[in-house]
Design a protein around this ligand. Sequence first.
Ligand code: FAD
Ligand code: HEM
Length: 411
Amino acid sequence: MTTITTLHPKTIEIVKSTVPVLEKHGEQITKRFYELMFSNHPELLNVFNHANQKQGRQQRALAAAVYAAARYIDQLDAILPVVRQIGHKHRSLGIQPEQYPIVGKHLLLAIKDVLGDAATDEVIAAWAEAYEAIAAVFIQVEKELYEEAAAKHGGWRGFRRFVVTKKVKESDIITSFYFEPEDGDAISDYLPGQYVSVKLDIPGETYTHIRQYSLSDAPGKGYYRISVKREAATAEKPAGIVSNYLHDHIHEGDVVELSAPAGDFTLDLTHETPVVLISGGVGVTPLLSMANTLAIRQPNRPVTFLQAALNGRVQAFDEELRALAKRPSFAYHLCYESPSEDDRRHPHFGKEGRIDLAWMKTVIPTRDADFYFCGPVPFMKTVYRALAEWGVPEERIHYEFFGPAGDLTKD
Ligand SMILES: Cc1cc2nc3c(=O)[nH]c(=O)nc-3n(C[C@H](O)[C@H](O)[C@H](O)COP(=O)(O)OP(=O)(O)OC[C@H]3O[C@@H](n4cnc5c(N)ncnc54)[C@H](O)[C@@H]3O)c2cc1C
Ligand code: HEM
């Protein structure tokens, strides 16, 4: 049961009436907020993703969440599902209750800085109260998530040391890492679709780096497997820090720290409806975990797996998917953006170019199914809009972002 603080009606009125003003200055406020917070608390740079900061992605995610919460300040229970989703991410990162006042203090300082005289004492006091109420909901939800993760058989709190027992190249750009705990004890089960956070101390880097990676195999096999795409440098952007370090410097026998599996993008194994799994690029990882789990737990449930990739050289897990497709209940269809001649001869090759509704309709036997998808944001927008246009109800559509969550309905 989540207890929610009741605020004074005047506070509610002030907060609700100032949401549009803050929204207007949203990114400016959160940009200032991060500047202030990181200069006073540089240790927080150990948990925040620096690339997300530079690209403003986290600014947008946090701003959107605070304003969404403020809109519902008199009925905070309405935002509990969103809080749970963010809470999974926070729990996976190890965010602690005592860090909430730090965020609150710097958010208020930033509001004052950006709004100047418009931020009267009354407005600031109302937002301070509102933030405390919102933070209390997050803290409670996260407390439950920490307790759940630790209470599971083989579960744990915080980060735990894991040895890389196997490293396997899956394609030109994707490599899998198999982890087993250094302490030799049990590891907790997870739901297919969940992810772990990997924490690395990289020589030469001032701060630790934490990234999330979906578990790419079925649970219950005694190891965790992640599969990582190398984010290479291009003319416009530097090389990704963690993915390149994992590819180049983490070998069999090395140790990394992992937090316990988290996330609410999970396959519902209580349903019997057909399942459609649609992957773009490295977004295949959580969907392959689902496919492998279905093969074990619900072998007769109909599954259609659509995999979109640039071409056969960068595509991962073809062998695993071909093996799954030997069963009559499993259909595997490939969409290559720029296939080679060899790729066109692949027995499961179905479409050249980008995925679209016309092709989806030809290979998905029914829209009366549960749809799960993951991939780059433009791919996800295409798939989401295609499913909506086809008339698939919202509650049948499930997806995961490999970064801060966004809005698939907006361009
Ligand atoms: C729930 C979840 C599950 C995930 N699962 C997987 C998975 O299964 N497999 C997988 O490979 N990834 C997965 N990811 C993504 C993963 O967490 C990392 O984001 C990814 O590996 C990149 O991390 P990095 O440290 O290599 O890159 P970072 O250093 O974090 O950089 C990220 C990107 O930003 C660019 N960048 C950095 N600095 C700048 C700048 N100043 N200007 C412009 N661009 C810049 C980099 O070039 C890079 O492309 C998942 C993410 C989430 C949230
Ligand atoms: C009520 C207060 C807070 C709100 C509304 C909030 C909101 C969010 C949101 C929306 C995300 C993105 C989730 C996603 O991946 O989709 C996020 C991620 C994150 N949050 Fe919070 N948060 C709050 C408090 C905190 C605190 C106290 C900390 C720790 C100091 C923190 C640290 C992080 C980190 C490290 C991430 C991962 C994002 C990244 O590194 O890019 N948050 N939060």
